[in-house]
Design a protein around this ligand. Structure first.
Ligand SMILES: Cc1cc2nc3c(=O)[nH]c(=O)nc-3n(C[C@H](O)[C@H](O)[C@H](O)COP(=O)(O)OP(=O)(O)OC[C@H]3O[C@@H](n4cnc5c(N)ncnc54)[C@H](O)[C@@H]3O)c2cc1C
Length: 487
């Protein structure tokens, strides 16, 4: 049933103790709630937004960027039923098996779970996300790509907007879905070891309302999961789950930059875009992290532009072409982008501002940062591609100038793509509470009944788009909670 918290009666929550209270109705929250309800549990799904986007709710996500140039925080997530799936692009790829492993050159890396722990949920996740067929894999090196592996993606078709897809189902479901219900606090029991109740606010009333549940799952998105826990400091001054000062740290994106351009001897025969990732051996040998290089197919217009430029400049460009290809004016150019896995950086983080929103919650501040390993991954990806291009004599490559600098200054959002709108790792999963916020079951270390869903629990970020893994993890969390509730 779909209910509006604005219309609530005083007795709505008096006699209910939900088996699980799920907060946030994006891909993580809706998947978790549906799966638990299908197993017969009493589920409350609480969403801060409404059916459609409203200024009142969206405005709660505003907050400044104080680090690298990044998209405004209220533009990277949506507060409405279905969450940010309301404007995701629908591209997916599972994490690679080795994304879960420890890399010696990447401190803290390694998940406490393996891909085999989430593989059993892959087919169901694909159905939930309406994934179509894999795009054909294209390879300009025709099998001789060496340490680079060509890959393709699988897209949600038509793009799954969780709010639209599940609206009717939620209306008639046993799940009690409450719109306009913003979680603002948690009450912990006197031992501070478990959550005893949740406190919400709606927009039109000044009066908070309290809900009880046996288990609680925060699925608020990676920025808001961290922001909420940091704000929940009434009983624990550092914030819930933040005993080791880790909540909000290690904020990761899949940064995307143009790393260089290439000239090719002939028009490539591949499809619209080529994608290459590194082999695990290459990552180990070059001490870089995972990445995906993307090379759009050269089009006729580009060909003409290149010729025109080569003729007109008659200087550097023409000499470059002649020297490396030997056949001026008969080559084709293209830019190359890399999206990559960021290294875990304590200083890249979500923090709290001194400014509060209408509910008194301090706003999020994002300090997004790179370190040398990130620049190294970017450079290595392109150098390897250039090497392969030369080895196969298909063409030559040139890295962008800024990346060659000793202290690179990445271009801002007015000049390049910069990020993928993928926010990750702010409540990362770890075996050891000193290295992360949740354990292998997505349970907040030290709290018996508080769980987190979404990409904030990613221990590391891979190159792969996050939502497929988010849905797999939500299904796994539902299995875990089902087991808990049965025991
Ligand atoms: C432009 C764009 C393109 C993208 N493209 C892709 C793509 O191609 N592939 C891919 O894998 N990913 C993509 N993503 C990322 C994808 O949208 C997210 O990974 C996904 O939506 C995260 O799901 P979630 O459920 O964890 O969080 P969200 O979808 O952000 O949902 C969180 C929910 O929690 C609610 N909420 C927040 N705070 C509170 C509170 N205090 N109380 C109650 N409710 C609250 C919000 O209103 C929201 O409904 C894209 C994102 C954007 C912005």
């Amino acid at each position: 049933m779909l209910l509006d918290a604005e219309q609530r009666q005083d007795d709505w929550f008096r006699d209910i103790v939900f088996d699980v209270c799920v907060c946030g109705s994006g891909p993580a929250g809706i998947t978790l709630a549906r799966k638990l309800a299908a197993k017969g549990w009493t589920v409350g799904l609480f969403e801060s937004g409404d059916l459609e986007l409203k200024i009142d709710s969206q405005e709660l996500s505003e907050g400044p960027n104080v680090g690298l140039d990044y998209f405004t925080l209220d533009s990277v997530r949506l507060r409405k039923l279905g969450g940010t799936s309301g404007h995701w692009t629908g591209v997916t790829h599972p994490f690679e098996t080795y994304d879960f492993d420890t890399l010696p050159h990447h401190p803290l890396s390694g998940w406490p779970i393996a891909r085999t722990d989430i593989d059993p949920f892959a087919d169901e996740a694909a159905r939930i996300l309406d994934l179509g067929a894999w795009e054909p894999v294209a390879d300009m090196f025709e099998g001789a790509s060496g340490r680079l592996k060509p890959i393709s993606f699988r897209s949600s078709t038509p793009i799954t907007r969780f709010g639209e897809k599940y609206h009717e189902e939620l209306k008639s479901s046993k799940i009690r879905t409450y719109l306009n219900a913003t979680l603002v606090d948690l009450e912990l029991d006197p031992s501070l070891g478990s959550v005893s109740s949740l406190i919400f606010r709606s927009y039109e009333s000044d009066k908070p309302f309290t809900v009880r549940a046996k288990h609680v799952a925060l699925c608020l998105g990676a920025v808001e999961n961290a922001r909420f826990l940091l704000n929940a400091n009434r009983q624990i001054s550092a914030g819930i789950g933040n005993q080791h000062d880790l909540v909000g740290r290690y904020f990761s994106e899949h940064p995307v930059f143009q790393v260089g351009s290439i000239v090719l001897r002939s028009v490539p025969r591949h499809g619209p875009v080529l994608h290459y990732i590194p082999s695990r051996d290459m990552m180990l040998k070059e001490q870089c992290l995972n990445f995906v290089l993307s090379i759009p197919s050269t089009v006729e217009a580009t060909h003409k532009r290149w010729i025109r430029e080569a003729v007109c400049t008659a200087g550097v460009t023409q000499r470059l072409v002649q020297s490396i290809i030997g056949r001026p004016f008969q080559c084709y150019d293209q830019n190359v982008w890399v999206g990559f896995e960021q290294s875990l950086n304590r200083d890249s983080r979500v923090m709290l501002s001194n400014k509060a929103d209408r509910f008194g919650q301090r706003r999020a501040v994002l300090d997004w940062r790179f370190n040398e390993l990130d620049f190294h991954t970017m450079r290595t990806s392109f150098i390897e591609f250039g090497r392969q291009l030369a080895a196969s004599d298909l063409g030559r490559a040139r890295m962008v100038d800024w990346l060659q600098a000793e202290k690179p200054q990445p271009p801002g959002i007015d000049k390049d793509v910069v990020g993928s709108f993928h926010n990750m790792c702010t409540t990362r999963m770890s075996e050891n509470p000193r290295e992360g916020v949740v354990d292998r079951d997505c349970r907040v270390h030290g709290l018996q009944n508080l769980y987190i869903g979404g990409s904030s629990v990613f221990a590391t970020g891979s190159y792969a788009h996050p939502t497929f893994t988010i849905v797999q993890l939500a299904l796994r969390l539902a299995e875990h909670l089902d087991g808990k509730l049965r025991s």
